[in-house]
Each structure stands twice: as C-alpha cells, then as structure tokens.
Design a protein around this ligand. Structure first.
Ligand SMILES: [Zn+2]
Length: 96
C-alpha cells in the first residue's frame, strides 16, 4: 500500500512547513491527485488519519482534488492531457 508512504510524506511536508512558518495547527489539507497517480482515495484517507496523529495536522480534514492525467508525448514533444493511459496523443495521434 503506497498510500501509507504518501501519508508519511505529507506529514513530513507539514512538519517542515510548521517549523519554517512557526505554526502548530493545520485544519485542512488540500491534496491534488493526478488521474494516473494510482492513489486509492479511501486507503489514503485511512492512512492520513493514522499518520497525522500527534502532529500539527491531527484531526485535519483531507480534501482530495482530482486532476486530469498528463503525459509527455515523445512524438511531438508536447505535454498533453489524457483520459486514459493508452489513449493516443490528442495533439499528433502518436502513441509514444
Ligand atoms: Zn503528440
């Protein structure tokens, strides 16, 4: 389950920012998740609640924002939005 390591990484970022900006409490964490990130949202919610205990974000609300899938096309050199990993490039029709 890579959601546990994601939650641990989020905690590290929050703790680092808390030290830098001298705050001790986080109420909401907004997390942007790309379509191809392979994140199980329910698992991440569970891991988030467990991992945040005892830290600045204990009890914080986790808001997950879905982002479209993005890919780099080696055929035309453009960064494009895809609905599915196997879709052709919408710019040039390439599959690389
Ligand atoms: Zn292309």
């Amino acid at each position: 389950m890579h959601e546990m390591s994601l939650a641990e990484g989020i905690r590290e970022v929050i703790e680092d920012q808390a030290r830098r900006h001298d705050f001790s409490k986080v109420r909401v964490v907004r997390l942007e998740i790309g379509r191809f990130a392979g994140v199980e949202k329910r698992a991440l919610e569970f891991c988030f609640d467990v991992v945040m205990r005892g830290g600045p974000a204990e009890g914080a609300v986790l808001e997950m924002i879905d982002l479209p899938g993005r890919a780099f096309c080696y055929d035309c050199g453009e960064s494009v939005v895809l609905n599915d990993r196997l879709d052709p490039c919408p710019n040039c029709g390439g599959s690389n």
